[in-house]
Design a protein around this ligand. Structure first.
Ligand SMILES: Cc1ncc(COP(=O)(O)O)c(C=O)c1O
Length: 371
């Protein structure tokens, strides 16, 4: 089946008893055992599994082309479950512009348990230099947040596989509509489903998708079940509902982002636009080869200082000043002040989550704010 069909059908089936066309929300935390002590409904207790979560995990696994998926209560909970599944002393190689929430998690919660380096993962020489005997995972985030840097997944996988190292790709910015890391050799894909999967800025969630049901995956499932950072049945229901329109929403985001990037690139008040769909992007060629589409996120660097940058966003009428991404409404963010004191993000950079409003209105809004 094609992506659009999977998105609509793999998370839903007609309910066996009520014949409801849309799966009902199963709020029960516990499930009746048969006289023989078994669990005829396939579920025991909702922390371990629940009908709504099972459907959500099925559609996400199918969209990414994986063998299985595990849903979590947030993207950070999904990332944390990967870290918790690793043996103490494991070394992780991470991108130097890794999503700051996960970078902070490693630095603050895993120091002394795991070891890690933050490097330019796309630089093969630097990557090889940092591999140690105890390196267990190379973490990839592409396009990265907020610099939209592209990492060549196949190249990283080749280096990792030669040394028996696993590759995890944070695919939040791309979504499976724009990029399928498992087909490029990655072992696990991570998502903040808070973003494009949810798509309406109204729920939190995360997911991991595995290429194969390995021993490592069984450990991750244990972390999910025993740690309990799971989404509620209601959140699973809303996510399944939103995923049905994911392919069409993402196509709209991508179209608008490309047009907005082209408009900004021509603007005299803009120093640089960071969008993988622009030929001027330093890794445009890699993006063209490994992505199906270039995504709905872009950043741009304003000609001016931090005050000039704030002045621009304060004049906008349609774009909302807020963090996060992937919702139908356009958001704009002064990223450096969100990332905290150790940020490497330029203070004249603005990150845009391009929404699904009409492109003419978005361009007109930015045009008058930049004037
Ligand atoms: C690339 C990326 N990964 C992970 C996360 C964490 O997701 P959540 O906020 O759902 O915990 C985010 C959130 O902004 C993100 O942008």
């Amino acid at each position: 089946m094609k992506t659009e069909t999977i998105a609509i059908h793999a998370g839903n089936h007609v309910d066996g008893s009520s014949k409801a066309v849309i799966q009902p929300i199963v709020l029960s935390t516990t499930f009746e055992r048969g006289e023989d002590g078994n669990f005829p409904g396939g579920h025991i207790y909702s922390r371990a599994s629940n009908p709504n979560r099972a459907l959500l995990e099925n559609v996400i696994a199918k969209l990414e082309g994986g063998a299985d998926a595990a849903a979590f209560s947030s993207g950070n909970a999904a990332g944390m479950s990967v870290f918790q599944s690793l043996a103490p002393g494991t070394h992780i190689i991470c991108p130097d512009d890794m999503y700051h929430g996960l970078r902070n998690q490693l630095k603050n919660l895993f120091a002394g348990i795991l070891t890690f380096d933050f490097i330019d993962v796309n630089d093969s020489e630097v990557l090889q230099q940092h591999i140690r005997p105890e390196t267990g995972v190379i973490w990839v985030e592409t396009p990265s947040n907020p610099l939209l840097k592209i990492t060549d997944i196949k190249k990283v996988v080749a280096i990792a596989k030669a040394k028996g190292i696993k590759v995890v790709v944070d695919n939040t910015f791309a979504t499976p509509i724009c990029q399928l890391p498992l087909t490029l050799g990655a072992d696990i894909v991570m998502h903040s489903t808070t973003k494009y999967f949810g798509g309406h800025s109204d729920l939190m969630g995360g997911a991991l998708i595995t290429a194969e049901k390995s021993e490592w995956w069984a450990k991750i499932r244990q972390v999910q079940e025993m740690g309990g950072a799971i989404p509620s049945p209601t959140d699973c229901f809303w996510l399944v509902r939103s995923i049905k329109t994911l392919p069409y929403r993402v196509k709209g985001h991508v179209n608008n982002a490309q047009l907005l990037a082209e408009f900004l690139e021509q603007h005299p008040k803009v120093e640089r636009v960071l969008y993988p769909g622009l030929p001027s992007h330093p890794q445009h060629q890699i993006a063209k080869e490994q992505m199906l589409a270039f995504g709905g996120m872009l950043s741009f660097i304003v000609k001016g200082d931090e005050d000039d940058t704030h002045n621009i966003i304060n004049k906008l009428k349609i774009f909302t000043r807020a963090t996060s991404l992937g919702g139908v409404e356009s958001l704009i963010e002064h990223r450096a002040t969100m990332e905290g004191p150790d940020t490497k993000t330029p203070f004249n950079l603005l990150r845009v989550s391009v929404g699904l409003e009409h492109i003419d209105d978005l361009i007109a809004d930015l045009s008058s704010a930049l004037a």
